[in-house]
Write a protein that binds this ligand. Structure first.
Ligand SMILES: [Zn+2]
Length: 188
């Protein structure tokens, strides 16, 4: 059951509401990202979690200027939610706030592997990108679909698990690269 208070909390602090759903770093599956959407009134809060492998193609600590440049480009791309998750023009959505960044993972198997380059590169360490967005939409009911340009921007991404909470309840979807459109007609 979703009540009004929960929705308000979602808009104020989306990461609190979804904390119980959050996967621990290192537990993610490469190719799979997660997008949480909370809609109340004209405000839409989105929270994205994506493996470093999907976004920049590596999860080790940036070691070269090229690595660091990839991270910078990725953060810039992730800071433009409407270019990743394309909403119908009729909804009249604008970005109120946007933040994106890399969350460093920790070694899971103890200090023994801390200096083992091979282990680091082969998966002892996982990093994720996290982003949070707040949109304002003149007419959210006009959102009958979301086009996941996300897959064009990030060629390694394969699937996004979507959780949407609105005044009509909570729904879950999977959007895949092969069919990158989430049909929401009648759902908002
Ligand atoms: Zn990983």
């Amino acid at each position: 059951m979703i009540n009004k208070t929960a929705l308000v909390m979602a808009l104020v602090m989306p990461s609190m509401l979804f904390a119980q759903e959050a996967r621990e770093l290192g537990a993610h599956q490469h190719g799979h990202s997660a997008l949480n959407i909370a809609i109340e009134g004209t405000r839409i809060a989105l929270e994205l979690e994506a493996p470093g492998a999907d976004i920049v193609g590596f999860e080790y600590e940036a070691q070269t200027a090229e690595d660091r440049a990839k991270l910078d480009v990725a953060v810039a791309e992730l800071s433009k939610p409407l270019a990743l998750f394309v909403l119908p023009d009729a909804a009249g959505c604008t970005v109120v706030s946007s933040s994106a960044g890399l969350v460093d993972g920790h070694h899971e198997e103890g200090e023994d592997h801390a200096h083992d380059d091979h282990a680091e590169k082969e998966g002892a360490q996982h990093t994720e990108f996290h982003a949070e967005y707040l949109l304002d939409c003149a007419d959210p009911t006009a959102i009958d679909r979301i086009e996941f340009a996300f897959f064009e921007v990030f060629p390694n991404a394969q699937e996004v698990e979507v959780q949407m909470i609105s005044e009509t309840g909570s729904q879950a979807f999977e959007v895949e690269r092969a069919d990158p459109v989430l049909d929401l007609s009648g759902l908002i």
